[in-house]
Design a protein around this ligand. Structure first.
Ligand SMILES: [Zn+2]
Length: 263
């Protein structure tokens, strides 16, 4: 084993760790300390705007259904305008994708939110749409994409250092498995956090937060097959999420959800 090789490997590992752990910021909405590399809010917005047309094209483009587009834009705008999201500084935009088969919704960093016609057509109330969009806005506010990018960079740096230091393929594979396991775990935590933020946003916007429970049931029914949309891939199962949603609602509304909210 070459000594210089080991020193370089150690330096690469140290640099990767320093880049990741050396910079942190407190998220003003979740109050959590986050490692997001050097990524700024401006970077996130630019990244989202840049990849939005490509994302839309991959999923059949934007729907021709003007009523559906208007509904999604209006409910999305309401969820943002009347909640803490309005103060976040992200320019939110809500897109309706033509895809009639893939039941899905997702958010790009910086505020570009998407829902497919396949999911929209399965929703029964405006409140359920607010729940889906609120969950996605929650991912943006919690800066989950930025966290994932920073974590990927750390994993790549450490994997490279490991390969360099050991010179062995097996070790590299091991490092990859470790990094995949950590990103899976974070995927689950992110979903529950986005659910929690979604509940808060929709309630602030005047929607009955219990609508999110029904959304989980619709998703479970719709995605029982082989497709793994954002809502389910590497994510907790809908029944688990329903339990968490019920627990959060009981905590925020100990004497029951107030009457008169939009269902
Ligand atoms: Zn999600």
């Amino acid at each position: 084993m070459n000594k210089l090789q080991l020193i370089i490997a150690a330096l690469v590992a140290a640099f990767s760790l320093f880049s990741y752990y050396g910079s942190s910021s407190v998220n003003p909405i979740t109050g959590e300390k986050q490692h997001i590399g050097g990524m700024t809010q401006k970077d996130e917005v630019a990244m989202g705007l840049q990849s939005a047309p490509q994302m839309a094209a991959q999923m059949g483009g934007i729907t021709q259904d003007a009523r559906a587009r208007a509904l999604v834009s209006q409910v999305g705008a309401k969820v943002v305008a009347q909640s803490v999201a309005a103060k976040s500084g992200y320019p939110f935009k809500f897109h309706t994708l033509a895809d009639p088969r893939t039941v899905n919704a997702f958010a790009l960093p910086g505020g570009q939110v998407f829902i497919t016609m396949a999911l929209l057509s399965r929703l029964e109330t405006e409140g359920q749409l607010a729940a889906v969009l609120g969950h996605e806005v929650g991912h943006v506010l919690a800066r989950h994409s930025a966290e994932h990018i920073a974590k990927d960079q750390l994993a790549q740096g450490l994997t490279g250092a490991f390969a360099l230091g050991s010179g062995s393929m097996d070790a590299t594979q091991l490092a990859q498995v470790v990094s995949q396991m950590t990103s899976l775990k974070y995927g689950r935590d992110d979903e529950l956090e986005a659910d929690g933020l979604g509940l808060r946003l929709m309630a602030e916007a005047g929607y009955d937060p219990r609508a999110m429970i029904r959304v989980m049931q619709i998703l479970e029914k719709a995605t029982g097959g082989s497709r793994t949309p954002e809502f389910q891939s590497s994510h907790p199962s809908p029944p688990h999420r329903i339990e968490e949603i019920k627990a959060k609602l009981a905590k925020v509304y100990p004497s029951g959800v107030p009457a008169g909210l939009t269902p």
